[in-house]
Design a protein around this ligand. Sequence first.
Ligand SMILES: Cc1ncc(COP(=O)(O)O)c(C=O)c1O
Length: 423
Amino acid sequence: MQVFEELESEVRSYCRSWPTVFEGGSGSWMWDEDGNRYLDFFAGAGALNYGHTHPVLKRALLDYIEGDGVIHSLDMSTTAKAEMLRTFDDVVLQPRGLDYKVQFPGPTGTNAVEAALKLARKVKGREQILSFTNAFHGMTLGALSVTGNSFKRNGAGVPLAHTSAFPFCNYLEEGSSIDLLQALLGDSGSGLDRPAAVIVETVQGEGGVNVASFTWLKRLAELCTDHDMLLIVDDIQMGVGRTGPFFSFEPAGIQPDIVTLSKSIGGYGLPMALTLLKPELDVWEPGEHNGTFRGNNASFVTATASFREFWSDDTLATSVAEHGDLVHSTLVDLASSHLEAGADTRGRGLVQGLVFEDPSITKAVCREAFDNGLLLETSGPDSEVVKLMPPLTISTEELQQGLDILTRSVDTVLAKHRAGVAK
Ligand SMILES: Cc1ncc(COP(=O)(O)O)c(C=O)c1O
């Protein structure tokens, strides 16, 4: 660990929650240099939906590298990119009746968001973007300006302007934020400048596993149409099957104008990001938004293999729904046996949260789970939510094993907490 303390910036964070040196991973497991094995309920913050080193994706990547396939190409045309685009259209977009042009920004989520915001402002010729409480969209300035967390926002060091934050679904009462928006947008005296776009997550992953109802999302989409605003769905963490379907917005019956994807879209944990735009919005001039690593061909290859392997039928989506139910019912039982700690649950599909009133309990549970071989992240503005995000490919036995460790960890931490309080 010494080398990291000596040479790496203080900005590092996950390594502080999990103080060991990881060496490898396979499926739902990681192991460290000392041979300790960890069940991974973190899945690269959503970048490893198909688990670690999936054999089918690995084979495709190794074959490509062995054949001296192009690795780096900016936005030149390559065989790997052609196959990725065609497969994405055939396997993902067309069966869902979706018609999007694909933009490759730099290969991170925040890049896809920057491109979406720029494009919306260019198309509508307006500055204002609406975002939501507890949203997280990335760490570059545009993405930060639509992010809620004040600690992250303060890091910008400059004013974050031309955006307005509104209450997310259930921040107040469920539909009230849409009623408020509707009233303000319809009132020429409200002081709200007409926005170019609204950016929203269907489930706020970083912001506390806050779930938007399908009705709320549908009403939001209607509001966008009525007031000539573009709807941007940031599906960077919740897309690629995390909530069940490929796109998290599918069950809401909406078709966003712009969709951002990253994290698991590259398939193998390799960097890639996409900004999907309705064809009529494609008003970019050549090179108006670019990035040296937007043509990461290794990611094109593993993405193509992942579409074929996991999205040619609904096996994966069905398994996510079933496993999501198992996680949810376990958490409901756990929460109801710890009502004294203000325990509660949230989630959809294979992103589920266990909330405690006191964030120190949440942190202690994650630490106890780590000591027992389970990787769990916290989420929410005060890290008050234990966030469960196992790989979508996890087996039922592995899932149960992780849930058993979580249950034991919660019991241990709360017993210690009660003993401490009683003293
Ligand atoms: C919804 C959402 N948008 C954007 C981002 C930013 O992605 P990246 O960290 O790859 O820039 C994240 C990252 O957690 C995210 O969850």
